[in-house]
Design a protein around this ligand. Sequence first.
Ligand code: SF4
Ligand code: SF4
Length: 104
Amino acid sequence: MTGASDIVDNPCQSCGACCGYSANWPRFTIEPDEALDAIPAALVNDRQSGMRCDGDRCAALAGTIGQATACTIYDLRPDVCRVCLPGDAECNMARRKFGLAPLT
Ligand code: SF4
Ligand code: SF4
C-alpha cells in the first residue's frame, strides 16, 4: 500500500485492504539487515520473518479498513508493501476480501 504522505485522492488512504489480507502478506524478502533493523521490534513477528499481525491484520496499520487507514511505518515498510500498487492483481484480491470495489 501507499501511505498518508501521498496525494489526497490516493485510494490507499481509504482502503488498507492489502495490510489486512493475510498474516503471510507482510513478510520480509530481500531487505538488507539495516532496513529490517530499523523496523520497531514490537512490530516484527516472533520468527523475525515478517511484520507482526493481529489475525490477518498487520500491526503497523492504523485506522479502519475500507474507511481511512495509514501505515505507521510507511518509510520503513517491507518491500512487499512497496510493490503492491492500487489496481494490480494483489490489490484487487485484497479489496475483494473486504467487499471493496476493484480498482482499474
Ligand atoms: S489494497 Fe490496493 S488500494 Fe488498498 S491499500 Fe492496498 S494497494 Fe492500496
Ligand atoms: S508494514 Fe505498512 S504497508 Fe506493510 S502491511 Fe503493514 S501497514 Fe501495510
